[in-house]
Write a protein that binds this ligand. Structure first.
Ligand code: COS
Length: 395
């Protein structure tokens, strides 16, 4: 597969080379690693394979074994669109290495970066991002896990939930309330090794598109003083800055799933006879495919713009609005693409184990995690109001 917007000016020759190399790799490895069986073992296999092949270098900066000087949003997007097209767990394994260490890349000390980033880039350590809690999902600033100083230590108490890679991760990037101020300004980030005393995997979850997922319990979890990641009280902004990068990449993954669904639907429509012709001869089929293709290409341009703006905008460029639009548009169109593909396949579409049945299950969580569709809508809507207020101020 060739990423949808790869031939637009948002991308250059290095991205096209990456796409070609990954496409060949992913087709081969998806066939050899396979989809079924134990998700922990499958994810570990993908991390090892992606690390050995050098693709995880796109998840960390060059100074720590990465592929480019800074995390490159466009490379992340290219990689995720191609991987998701071939295999949801391949995309998951790749993305989590970046999301789980994104805050270390953005704000870690030299010691934190050199301890974790090279190992993550080689696929020798698995990373996770721990923000959500039983009582704080969309309203991330309401989190209640606490971190308090105790002499030379930090002590964490509370729970994190829906943590991807929970149970197989070697390190967790954890956000906890340190209380410098109420709400968002009283949260700090911590690097927590999986074997930290007082950290336990309290529960594993089965979900409709299985991947390692857990609830974590912190019970007097004792960390050294240098576990603090970034400034005290700056954890919420760090989480949001990390999400600004990875939300655009979720959009790219959605595009990969959507493109696969569209390809499966088109191929089926050209093969399946119906009413004395082919399914694809029916105008209703053509309209369904036309709507999905148009939605995918529109979302791909939003995604490319978000990634390009971040990569080329210079230090301090905010892409919150662009990343939110991209995630919103791409994940919604992926749902539509998978649903139409199932519909066009008829009974075969709901047969457990068919490609479109798998895609239908795989795209659903993308509209929820890393900021639900409703959160993206409110981010864009708030930004519209702020822009209007600015206009008012200058009139
Ligand atoms: N980059 C840098 N700073 C940011 C930021 C970003 N993308 N987003 C917010 N901030 C800053 C704000 O500027 C504000 O700082 P100041 O008070 O100094 O201006 C502070 O952070 C608080 O921001 P805000 O008031 O917008 O926070 P809210 O509590 O209203 O929350 C939403 C905003 C809903 C957008 C946020 O909670 C969110 O993204 N929720 C979804 C969480 C999520 O994605 N969870 C999934 C976890 S991974 S599966």
């Amino acid at each position: 597969m060739r990423p949808t917007a790869i031939d637009t000016p948002f991308f250059d020759a290095t991205h096209r080379e990456l796409a070609i190399a990954l496409d060949a790799y992913a087709a081969r490895e998806a066939a050899s690693i396979g989809h079924g069986g134990d998700v922990d073992a499958t994810c570990r296999a993908w991390v090892r394979s992606l690390g050995d092949a050098g693709f995880l270098r796109h998840c960390v900066p060059a100074a720590y074994g990465g592929a480019s000087a800074a995390l490159e949003s466009r490379a992340l997007c290219v990689a995720r669109e191609v991987l998701a097209y071939h295999d949801g767990l391949a995309d998951f394994a790749f993305a989590m290495q970046g999301l789980g260490t994104g805050a270390i890349t953005l704000a870690g000390t030299e010691a934190q970066r050199s301890r974790w980033l090279p190992a993550v880039a080689r696929g020798q350590a698995i990373a996770a991002f721990a923000l959500s809690e039983p009582g704080a999902g969309s309203d991330a600033a309401a989190l209640s896990t606490t971190a308090r100083r105790d002499g030379p230590h930090w002590v964490l108490d509370g729970e994190k939930t829906w943590i991807s890679n929970g149970g197989i991760a070697d390190l967790y990037c954890v956000f906890a309330r340190t209380g410098e101020a109420p709400g968002a300004k009283g949260i700090s980030a911590f690097v927590v090794p999986a074997d930290a005393p007082g950290l336990a995997v309290a529960e594993r979850f089965d979900v409709m598109a299985p991947h390692p997922l857990a609830r974590l319990a912190f019970d007097g979890c004792r960390l050294p003083a240098d576990a603090l990641l970034g400034g005290a009280g700056e954890g919420f902004k760090l989480a949001m800055r990390t999400l600004d990068i990875f939300r655009a990449s979720v959009a790219a993954a959605a595009l990969g799933f959507a493109r696969r669904a569209l390809d499966e639907a088109s191929a089926h429509a050209r093969r399946r006879t119906m009413f004395g012709g082919m399914l694809g001869d029916l105008q209703l089929t053509q309209a369904a495919l036309g709507d999905v293709a148009t939605g995918i290409e529109g979302a791909a341009l939003l995604t490319a713009r978000a990634a390009w703006k971040r990569d080329t905008g210079g230090p301090g460029t905010r892409t919150t609005r662009e990343a939110a639009m991209a995630k919103l548009a791409a994940t919604e169109v992926a749902q539509q693409a998978a649903d139409r593909a199932v519909q066009l396949h008829g009974g075969e579409g709901v047969r457990v184990g068919s490609v479109v049945e798998r895609l239908y299950r795989e795209v659903r969580a993308l509209r929820i995690y890393e900021g639900a569709t409703e959160v993206q809508r409110l981010i864009v809507g708030r930004d519209e109001l702020a822009r209007d207020a600015e206009k008012g101020a200058v009139q």
